[in-house]
Design a binder for this molecule. Structure first.
Ligand code: C2E
Ligand code: CA
Ligand code: CA
Length: 576
């Protein structure tokens, strides 16, 4: 038996050690420390059977001592050592977690040993009682009290670190029928199996509890919004509704789920449970075997996401997308230098939908992958058409989203599309956002190398807005940095924006990369960029994204070296 004696008075410590030795209980090992700090260190290093704790220590006294030990190890039995004058106090803290107390200098060795053995026993039953107080005996998962504690803690953590807490309230549908027709025994076994399935469906850190009857609750931390929560909720609906094999019988049951999120539904612990309960009733009213958010807005957002997702899929099939092209001009030589292809969607029901509205949904749902290949195919088809007409062609940029770029066969499919239309790879520039390239460097590096081998140009879009580790840039085969519109807009008003632009331009120079400034709207912006060495610009001043039919005259004028034609002047109005 290993004892940790926390006692700073050497006389007291010696007396206790000597009394124990006299018992010739051979299996006792005693470690003596003088402070709470040392005790904490010992407890985390080694396994002890019991702590003998003085209540007047250099770094704490009274209840503080008990708290300090329990904070390191709340399963260790504690015997408090008291002087004659504070015996009453020692008794009073027995219900604070100490298992027994000894009055110093009073005990015989035998009394001390008995007290220690008793403390160990008592701690065991305390732990058991504690377990019973927090766990549901039927299913073995936490009960309502434990759940409430965890919920309070989780919301406190959420207030501190800004993460979200999600509460799902489950109530089985028609459970009463099972109980009434098949008996409580079958009902209990069904509840146990349901609890097991729920527990196995969620992640290890998530809390699953039985709140009573046929009600369960799940507590999730760190999910970002309704769509992530939806995935969990549909998973739960699915596992619960699978058939059960109980007592040679096949049973079916479903559940209704109410969901609330903190801090979206800013409420205290009890209100959160109540809100989830209200949402659960709503789910029952909506026909059971489904889930509902307490917050109507969240539900509406989710429904709108699904509607948009559906419409995007349909738009792909029906060919409702088209491309607009925005010129990039080299102001130095007054020439069209390239084009950027930008997606446009005209939906019969929604009208014109902007990319900032549908691209995020296309990304999340995965439609961006076929859509992205469609864009590339369309661009190649258009270039082929221009070349067949004998027009001079400039490189065209295509935006590629993370999900598409991360496809393992991305470069192969790009090569296949180029091949199908007989387009020279140097005519296509891939625009990737900064975060995308930096996120998974090893894989990104490999993919970029493959694209480069094919001969494509590579451009980093929205440069400066991400979390670039600039030294990475050296390792990537990049051709262009695009200075983000937000910095260009700050020209003349924010020194910070300007110094970021200066930094990007000089970085690009040192790495021998081109720079393109996007979103150029005013002469002041243009002059600043020119003065600082960036002379390829894109922006409303030189031309908005426009229909392909408007691009052809530009290409024709370019072929004739005519930068002053009416077509060019009309479109590239920012020139002179
Ligand atoms: P982006 O790649 O940064 O594209 C430039 C955006 O800036 C375009 O918005 C363009 O219309 C706008 N813009 C250009 N010049 C100016 C200007 O002078 N002032 C202002 N205020 N805006 C200007 P758009 O077309 O709405 O596209 C928004 C974003 O949608 C794009 O940002 C891009 O991230 C994404 N996107 C567009 N087409 C595609 C595509 O085919 N595939 C992918 N993955 N994303 C696309
Ligand atoms: Ca772009
Ligand atoms: Ca951009």
């Amino acid at each position: 038996m290993k004892l940790l004696l926390v006692e700073d008075n050497p006389a007291d410590a010696d007396f206790l050690a000597a009394s124990l030795r006299r018992q010739r209980a051979g299996d006792i090992e005693l470690v003596n420390v003088q402070t709470l700090a040392e005790a904490a260190a010992q407890l985390s290093l080694d396994k002890f059977d019991v702590v003998l704790l003085d209540l007047h220590l250099p770094d704490g006294s009274g209840l503080q001592c008990l708290d300090a030990i329990q904070a390191v190890d709340n399963e260790i039995p504690i015997v408090v050592l008291s002087g004659q004058d504070d015996e009453e106090f020692a008794v009073s803290i027995l219900n604070k977690g100490a298992q027994d107390y000894l009055v110093k200098w009073e005990g015989q060795g035998r009394t001390i040993l008995r007290s220690i053995r008793y403390a160990i026993q008592r701690k065991k039953s305390d732990i058991r009682l504690n377990y019973l107080a927090q766990y549901d005996p039927l299913t073995g998962i936490p009960n309502r009290q434990f759940f409430n504690d965890q919920l309070t803690r989780a919301t406190a953590r959420a207030r501190r670190d800004g993460r979200k807490v999600t509460l799902l309230f489950l109530d089985l549908d028609e459970f009463k029928v099972v109980n009434d027709t098949l008996g409580y025994d079958i009902g209990d076994r069904l509840l146990k199996e349901v609890a097991d399935r729920i527990r196995r469906t969620v992640r290890t850190g998530d809390v699953v509890a039985r709140l009573g009857g046929d009600e369960f609750a799940v507590l999730l931390e760190g999910l970002s919004g309704p769509r992530e929560v939806e995935a969990v909720a549909t998973g739960l609906l699915e596992v619960v509704s699978r058939p059960y094999q109980i007592a040679e019988r096949q049973l079916m049951i479903t559940t209704s789920i109410g969901i609330t999120m903190y801090p979206n539904d800013n409420a205290d612990t009890q209100m959160l449970l109540k809100n989830a309960d209200i949402a659960m009733y709503q789910a029952k009213e909506n026909g059971k075997n489904n889930f509902t958010f307490f917050h109507q807005k969240m539900h509406a957002d989710l429904m709108e996401y699904h509607a948009l997702e559906h419409d995007i899929r349909e738009a792909l099939q029906l060919g409702q997308f088209h491309l607009a092209y925005q010129p990039k001009v080299n102001v130095h030589i007054h020439q069209l230098q390239g084009l950027e292809a930008l997606l446009r969607w005209t939906s019969p029901s929604r009208g014109n939908v902007g990319p900032s509205e549908f691209i995020p949904v296309a990304e999340e749902s995965g439609h961006i992958i076929p859509l992205g290949y469609w864009v590339l195919d369309e661009v190649c088809r258009t270039i082929r058409g221009w070349q067949d007409k004998g027009l001079t062609v400039v490189p065209v940029s295509v935006n590629v989203s993370a999900r598409q770029f991360q496809q393992p066969d991305f470069h192969k499919r790009v090569a296949a599309i180029l091949g199908r239309h007989g387009i020279e790879a140097g005519l296509i520039e891939i625009e990737l956002t900064e975060g995308l390239v930096m996120e998974d460097t090893a894989a990104a590096q490999r993919e970029l190398a493959e694209l480069k081998k094919i001969g494509l140009r590579i451009s980093i879009d929205d440069f400066g807005t991400g979390y670039s580790c600039l030294s990475y840039l050296r390792r990537f085969p990049i051709d262009v940095l695009k200075i983000d519109r937000s910095f260009v807009q700050e020209i003349g008003s924010s020194r910070d924006g300007e110094s970021i632009i200066d930094a990007i331009i000089s970085l690009a120079k040192s790495l021998r990369l081109e720079t393109v400034a996007e979103g150029v709207e005013t002469p002041a912006q243009l002059n600043y960029l020119l003065d600082h060495g960036c002379h390829v610009v894109q922006g409303f001043r030189f031309g908005k994204p426009m229909d392909v039919s408007l691009i052809e005259p530009l290409l024709a004028a370019l072929g004739e070296g005519d930068t002053n034609s009416t077509a060019v002047r009309r479109v590239l109005k920012g020139f002179g």
